[in-house]
Design a protein around this ligand. Sequence first.
Ligand SMILES: NC(=O)c1ccc[n+]([C@@H]2O[C@H](COP(=O)([O-])OP(=O)(O)OC[C@H]3O[C@@H](n4cnc5c(N)ncnc54)[C@H](OP(=O)(O)O)[C@@H]3O)[C@@H](O)[C@H]2O)c1
Length: 253
Amino acid sequence: MDLRLKGLKVAVTGGTRGIGNAIVHLLADEGCDIATCGRAPERIDAVARDVAAAGVRFHGETVQGRDGDAMRQWVRNSIKALGGLDIFVASLSAGGGSDEERYWYRNFEIDLMSAVRGVEEALPTLRQSQNPSILILGTMAASETFVAPMAYNAIKAALITWSKQLSQQLAPEGIRVNCLSPGPTMFKGSNWEMIRVARSRIYDNAVRQQPTRRMGTAEEIAKAAVFLASPAASWCNGAHLLVDGGYSKRVSF
Ligand SMILES: NC(=O)c1ccc[n+]([C@@H]2O[C@H](COP(=O)([O-])OP(=O)(O)OC[C@H]3O[C@@H](n4cnc5c(N)ncnc54)[C@H](OP(=O)(O)O)[C@@H]3O)[C@@H](O)[C@H]2O)c1
């Protein structure tokens, strides 16, 4: 299947590690020009080197996701560097924690507002694209009782709801908005790798809940994400796709 991604310009927040990074790699392999951001300069440099091998244009910047002005500036710089924008992917996340007050602010500012600000800044340029789409990364933990009450889970639920509302608002303009919620996903340096060492009971329990008895990989999530964001998914709009290997037990009608 031709995803019709070749030559499209894509901005991926948090594309320097894990799932965001796997999305960046797949998109570059499909011939997309890529912009991404994260905090660590050495990780931006590493992505630049990897993406260069695919022969596409790349723009990477260090950005602190909770800094609204910096986030908006990164989007503007990306559009300038790539010469436009067709797809915006919000993958950046501060990760889980607890439901202490400071985590509510952290996930609100970093997970939620980086996506909201990024989309706002990208919209005028997406409106000029022939194949515009927005993809928001949620989490299975927003819709499933999971580990413990966490600000992260609830803030991600807000992102999922917001993406649905956006899809209704933007569809008349031809802009598709979808959300993909991964289940527990393992990769080198992931939170789950740390949990496996530091809190093995939580890790073992998560694996037991998986009917496949294994965690997903970043590449498995990225394949679904890239399809949803691509022009090949032209009739997918307002979708919330759970990609969790069957972790969640409820029946979705
Ligand atoms: N992994 C899972 O099991 C899982 C499950 C469900 C949902 N998800 C969702 O899938 C997405 C990707 O998850 P992941 O596990 O691949 O994440 P990750 O490994 O924690 O990577 C997060 C990315 O965001 C960047 N980042 C983190 N905090 C930042 C900040 N304050 N400012 C700027 N950049 C920041 C990181 O780069 P720097 O560290 O260099 O800043 C990195 O590129 C997230 O939205 C996550 O909520 C993941």
